[in-house]
Design a protein around this ligand. Structure first.
Ligand SMILES: [Zn+2]
Length: 407
């Protein structure tokens, strides 16, 4: 795949930024309006935390103090994940306690471990849903209704994608019945159907005010093949979010910066914010994701999650709590700077941005009649006047002719 990403030539501030090469190559507008509302820092709390630390007044008081100290004003409480639930009574108690403490509180569902074992799999359970299993859809309807009864706004973690193929007898038979030969087309059909006929009607029936949000993962190149169709689905839901969790393995860290604007464009303004986490990354990458989520124009930075960062027990996942706690410590050191950057970006105009061949990204802004340059070093050594993983934002006077050459 051709990658033309990274080209920025600024001449009289009128040049376009090229999007990553893809079948749907996009061009971003020269200058984009950044959010005008105050940037929100929010954090999710997995079922494990809701059933653990946050289930007692003492645990909640500790968490509240931490959130307040580090600028968090909104929480997402998870009701279901991997077959484990937090009870309705418990979630209501926590919701009310956090609201009392001044937080905005919403719900979250991670749609995993919903399917019965596939025929022939002898009880082997999968996290990823087999959408041709009517039981999975029934379970998701029930959980959607339950969450909608507790929270007006609920976000769906990005486990709605499908991994079923010919090896799943149930999906294979369903493809035949529906007359769909292409696997991606089949997955998009059944997932859209589950959203349209199961999740949303069940939620609306339980709570007419309910607002469900679909969150997309960071791996945008595989959306369609895995069953996601953002433009169509976001219209159905009314709002979507996108992952800025580039983690250590992603060779294009600045993706965390452009993916929200791209998602906002393809969903006609329905992208609500960026979500990053402490999985598969060290502290520097975790903080880099935080910077890029703000620089990319998110209205809200959704940090996933309390369990990884703060709790002793990170929950059912593959993460090491030591590594995640190191991410938390790094975030704490930068929390005030991130707030400052978010306040700067509010109401600004964002210009071209690019990753340079030296691993330093450059971002142009205009605010209150002045021009600014932000630079972030993604390398572990000093580069171009910046310390390892250093960041700077400064006023820029004069005219730029070139920020970066094409890598
Ligand atoms: Zn299947």
């Amino acid at each position: 795949m051709k990658n033309i990403y990274g080209t920025i030539v600024v001449a009289a501030m009128t040049t376009l930024v090229a999007w990553p090469g893809s079948s749907a190559e996009m061009m971003m507008d020269n200058w984009a309006k950044m959010p005008t509302s105050r940037h929100v820092f929010s954090m999710s709390c997995k079922v494990t935390a809701c059933n653990g630390d946050l289930s007692t007044p003492e645990g909640r008081a500790k968490a509240i103090a931490w959130w307040k100290e580090h600028g968090f004003t909104k929480l997402w409480l998870e009701s279901y994940r991997h077959g484990e639930s937090a009870s309705t009574e418990r979630l209501i108690e926590e919701r009310d306690a956090f609201r009392q403490a001044g937080f905005e509180v919403c719900g979250m569902i991670t749609p995993t471990s919903l399917s019965d074992p596939r025929p022939g799999d002898k009880g082997r359970k999968f996290w990823v849903t087999c959408w041709s299993d009517p039981k999975a859809r029934e379970r998701l309807r029930a959980e959607s209704a339950r969450a909608a009864n507790i929270f007006d706004t609920v976000i769906l973690d990005d486990f709605l994608f499908s991994s079923c193929d010919d090896s799943c007898p149930r999906c294979k038979a369903d493809m035949t019945v529906r007359g769909i030969a292409d696997l991606g087309a089949y997955r998009r059909t059944v997932l859209f159907e589950a959203c349209e006929r199961d999740i949303l009607p069940a939620a609306k029936k339980a709570n007419p005010k309910s607002h469900f949000i679909i969150k997309y993962p960071c791996w945008w190149r595989r959306y369609e093949q895995r069953g996601y169709s953002p433009a169509r689905q976001a219209t159905l839901f009314g709002e979507c979010w996108v992952g800025t969790e580039t983690r250590d393995a992603n060779p294009e860290p600045i993706q965390a910066c452009w993916i929200m604007a791209w998602m906002d464009k393809i969903t006609e303004g329905r992208c609500g914010g960026g979500w990053y986490d402490a999985l598969d990354c060290g502290p520097e990458k975790f903080v880099e994701q935080a910077y890029y989520t703000i620089l990319g124009g998110a209205k809200e930075s959704f940090v996933h999650c309390y369990d990884y960062l703060i709790a002793e027990n990170p929950g059912v996942m593959y993460e090491s709590s030591d590594r995640a706690h190191a991410c938390c410590a790094a975030f704490v050191l930068k929390a005030a700077d991130l707030r400052k950057l978010a306040d700067f970006v509010q109401g600004a105009e964002r210009g071209p941005f690019s990753m340079g061949p030296d691993g330093v990204s450059t971002h142009l802004f205009r605010k209150d009649g002045k021009q600014y340059i932000a630079r972030l070093n993604t390398k572990g050594e000093p580069v171009a006047g910046l310390p390892p993983h250093g960041f700077e934002l400064k006023e820029f006077k004069g005219e730029l002719t070139s920020v970066h050459e094409t890598p």
